[in-house]
Design a protein around this ligand. Structure first.
Ligand code: 0A1
Ligand code: ZN
Length: 885
């Protein structure tokens, strides 16, 4: 916490460290009321920085210094400078050893950064700058050191003592305490350090690597969760095999451990050999976790595992390079999930998420490039832009180079930079060198923020049999970047004839046609491409698979979109055509509503979804995706000024009309799938996910009919389901329905059954927080008093406050501003407890420019109130001040 304004750190100021730390020897004495940390650092002058001996400036925060030695000399207060962020001393030789002892207080650490307690266990979170809350250190990712760690604690309370690397020795003391020493043979930055101590049980397995080494796999949990680890373990083994096959990456230690903790700011953390997970990202079994949760566990387990190469073996030089590891690793985990499930469905989900949330970030006051060039608080830059857009940038490189060229590039990258801390430029350079290409212009994706718009026009010349596509790209200004240079935009496309067949593609000037789909690299502000030998006016299928993170516009008519929905050979674009059709129809309804006219649904949307529902040849997951109307958040994102009430009313109206018109086919699909669910036990496979997702979306439409047979079906599904996917979906439709009695009964039964399972109670909170019926704020306030709620647990905050502010648009944007006031109150409270979570919960208020003037004023007033509310963390200060600027 601070009163002065936080400093801005700039990429252009980067300098290599003055000193290096070759070895780090840590000893932790864990006690209930304090922890003693002794650190021995074997250091030397960085030869790359010249020969003099500048002062050594160690990072350290919230540490009580007990003693410090330089070589064998105990230093007194006059030998060093100490402030609340640094300890500065003067080395007298190029090689030296520092010994420090500090006292810290994990037992009262509510920020969950550094060493803290989650329930009864000790654990750490050091990325990005948490290690400086553990000991005095050069806490920056380009300082890599070999760590040995000894942990000592009470044997009864903390029978399990873990750290990175391999266990070396352990022993007991007479006083009821015991200790263990771990050694990590790989040099690593401090942000990858981890320690865990607790009464943990583990599920064990083994993996044989591609060079036949045996690796012990362990997932540590509290005893009540032992039965929820199998899915994560299976996912881990699949991920290890996949990384060998897809990237040639083998695991490198003899043991790989995952620990589940209940209190965690993010999803999980890739600490070397000792991944620490938010329990929500590792625990899953049919009865307590939905299909979506199972898929999230599979993806996050893989993500953290993949970091062992993209992040740990090759790490970041500085935090501006965060996307080097995060964008690449998200890209890698997406490839894995695509291969394990349905690639098209995975792509649809990722794109829907990106367009709704990352595009909004890119258009807001916190917009930044994939490689930012300035920050106040690095924790604020674990963003959708760095992660999700960063992954899109890597994906575009692959699209431009082809799968083989990309693999050559990644092989070169890992080989060239193993053991180093490098930059996004180094990554791109490896791609260039392995393929003999120049990606200089492409690199603007790393430095320019904002979402480019790509406007495409087409002109068919029937006489010359040519089709000319004209591309115009423009990227709106973003904070600090008024003008943007043209991007390289890979546009994957095909041209479809009247039967929906792909035409052979030959560009003017080319000797012969090659293939029926191809990638054009659009790299100028305005540019045309002419295809020859085109026998009839074709319909272009553009940006297939969403080949670039841009806002595409092409003047498709609704009939053309319906044609693409049926015929496009690119599955993603079939879905996309349906979404665009729905957007057009919904925007028309929104307009009618705003003008006070009766809303009239374009029946073409009904016809289109009817044929989707009746198409037995379509993958059920695709049917479910195509039935899902664009979400309110997406409709808000694409509005100039978002009229939340009209958006909500129009979408609900469309859903009701569709439910009525399509009742029969929905009911058939529902019953067939529910029947199949009844007949087979739960399995977490793509086919079963697909079946249940169609079943549940059908139920949510059917329920709008308010017919007694549907209510009965929902209640039956709720009571009889053997899995959380069906049970929660049934609860959600009850909660969102007018059947007060059924709703109250469902909620009470659920809470009673799952009151002791915090992750299930999170889902119970979320379903209610997201309910758009009037009175949402009052319901959320009441739920905050529920015994299962605590503001100190980030999952609870996200489940209740986050779900309300981010998903319940109708209630969050009520016109008296009371929900804004509520959110600001929570942010002020969280600021003192957990700044990272406080800053994240703020996001919906920062989007004030999207709304009408009256709401803008109300939202800004709350931001201003936060700004003057007292000692703000750098996390909250940065977000509030930038969003008011
Ligand atoms: N590197 C982790 C994410 C992570 C980042 C910061 C954290 O604490 C502030 C925790 C986790 C990942 O990408 O999975
Ligand atoms: Zn990551």
């Amino acid at each position: 916490m601070r009163t002065e304004q936080p400093r801005t750190i700039y990429l252009k100021d980067y300098q290599a460290p003055d000193y290096l730390i070759d070895e780090t020897h840590l000893t932790f004495e864990l006690h209930e009321d304090r922890t003693l940390v002794h650190a021995q650092l074997v250091m030397r002058r960085n030869p790359a920085r010249g020969s003099g001996l500048p002062p050594l400036v160690l990072d350290g925060q919230q540490l009580e210094l007990l003693s410090i030695r330089l070589n064998d000399r105990e230093l007194g207060a006059h030998d060093y400078l100490l402030d609340d962020r640094h300890l500065t001393l003067q080395p007298d030789s190029a090689e030296f050893v520092i010994d420090s002892s500090v006292c810290i207080h994990p037992e009262s650490n509510t920020a969950l950064e550094g060493l803290y307690k989650s329930g009864k266990m000790f654990c750490t979170q050091c990325e990005a700058e948490g290690f400086r809350k553990i000991t005095y250190y050069l806490d920056r990712p380009d300082v890599m050191s070999k760590f040995t760690t000894t942990v000592s604690a009470d044997r009864q309370r903390y029978p399990v003592l873990l750290s990175n690397g391999n266990p070396i020795t352990s022993g007991s003391e007479d006083n009821g305490r015991h200790w263990a020493t771990w050694e990590d043979p790989f040099r690593k930055p401090a942000y990858l350090f981890a320690l865990v101590a607790g009464d943990l049980w583990c599920v064990e397995d083994q993996f044989t690597t591609m060079s036949q080494r045996e690796v012990a796999l362990r997932i540590y949990v509290e005893p009540e969760n032992l039965d929820k680890c199998q899915h994560a373990m299976d996912s881990l083994k699949r991920a290890m095999r996949w990384d060998e096959e897809a990237y040639g990456r083998e695991y490198d230690l003899d043991i790989f451990m995952i620990v589940a903790v209940n209190d965690f700011n993010m999803g999980a953390m890739e600490n070397k050999g000792l991944n620490i997970f938010n329990s929500s990202a590792v625990l899953a079994k049919a009865e307590t976790a939905t299909d979506a949760a199972h898929q999230r566990v599979e993806a996050i387990v893989a993500h953290e595992y993949f970091h062992n190469w993209s992040g740990n073996r090759v790490t970041c030089r500085d935090w501006f390079q965060l996307s080097l590891k995060e964008g690449f690793t998200v890209f890698r985990d997406a490839g894995f999930s695509a291969d394990m499930n349905s690639p098209t469905v995975k792509r649809i989900e990722d794109v829907a998420y990106l367009r709704t949330h990352q595009f909004a970030e890119d258009a807001g006051p916190m917009a930044h490039s994939v490689r930012p060039d300035a920050y106040m608080e690095i924790s604020n830059f674990y963003t959708l832009t760095v992660y999700e857009k960063g992954a899109e940038v890597v994906r575009m490189i692959q699209t431009l180079l082809g799968a083989e060229g990309f693999r050559k590039g990644s092989d070169l990258y890992f080989q060239r930079h193993d053991g180093q801390a490098v930059t996004c430029d180094d990554f791109v350079k490896a791609m260039e060198d392995a393929n003999g290409v120049d990606l200089a212009q492409f690199k603007r994706w790393y430095s320019q923020a904002g979402t480019p718009r790509l406007e495409v026009g087409s002109a068919y010349d029937a006489e010359a049999k040519t089709l000319t596509l004209t591309f115009r790209q423009l990227c709106p200004p973003s904070p600090g970047q008024a003008h943007k240079e043209p991007f390289v935009i890979p546009v994957d496309l095909a041209l479809l004839d009247g039967q929906g067949r792909e035409l052979p593609l030959r560009l003017a000037g080319e000797a012969a046609a090659s293939g029926t789909s191809r990638v054009l690299a659009v790299n100028e502000a305005e540019q045309s491409f002419t295809f020859v030998d085109i026998p009839e006016q074709p319909l272009p299928s553009l940006l297939r698979g969403f080949s670039a993170p841009v806002k595409l516009s092409f003047p498709y008519s609704r009939d053309q979109l319906m044609f693409l929905m049926q015929h496009d050979s690119d599955g993603f674009n079939r879905w996309e055509a349906g979404q665009q059709l729905a957007v057009q129809v919904l925007q028309e309804l929104i307009g009618q509503r705003q003008r006070g006219e009766p809303m009239v649904l374009d029946r073409r949307l009904v016809a289109a979804l009817k044929s989707v529902l009746e198409n037995d040849g379509l993958d059920q997951a695709m049917v479910a995706e195509m039935l899902s109307l664009p979400g309110e958040a997406y409709l808000i994102e694409i509005s100039e000024v978002a009229d939340v009430d009209a958006i909500h009313a129009a979408r609900e109206f469309a859903r009701r009309e569709l439910a009525e018109a399509l009742f029969e086919p929905l009911w058939q699909r529902y019953q067939a799938n529910r029947q199949a669910s009844r007949q087979s036990a739960y399995v977490a496979t793509a086919e079963h996910f697909a079946r249940r997702s169609l079943q549940n979306i059908a139920l949510s439409y059917l329920m709008l009919s308010e017919k007694p047979e549907v209510l009965e079906a929902a209640q039956e599904q709720y009571r009889e389901a053997d899995n959380m996917t069906e049970r929660l979906a049934a609860l959600a439709v009850l909660v969102n329905s007018p059947f007060e009695e059924a709703k109250a009964e469902g909620l009470a039964l659920f809470a009673d059954r799952f009151k002791d399972d915090p992750l299930v109670m999170d889902q119970w909170f979320s379903v209610q927080a997201g309910c758009p019926l009037p009175g949402g704020l009052e319901r959320v306030r009441a739920l905050m008093q529920h015994p299962a709620f605590t503001i100190k647990n980030p999952n609870k905050v996200r489940a209740l406050i986050g779900a309300f502010a981010n998903q319940n648009h109708a209630n969050f944007h009520r016109d008296d501003g009371e929900s804004y006031r509520f959110l600001a109150d929570q942010v002020i409270m969280l600021n003192a407890l957990n700044p990272q979570i406080a800053a994240r919960q703020l996001a919906p208020l920062t989007r004030w420019r999207k709304y009408d003037l009256s709401r803008q004023a109300l939202m800004k007033a709350e931001l201003e109130r936060i700004l003057v509310s007292g000692s703000l963390s750098s996390d909250v200060y940065e977000v509030v001040s930038k969003s008011l600027a």
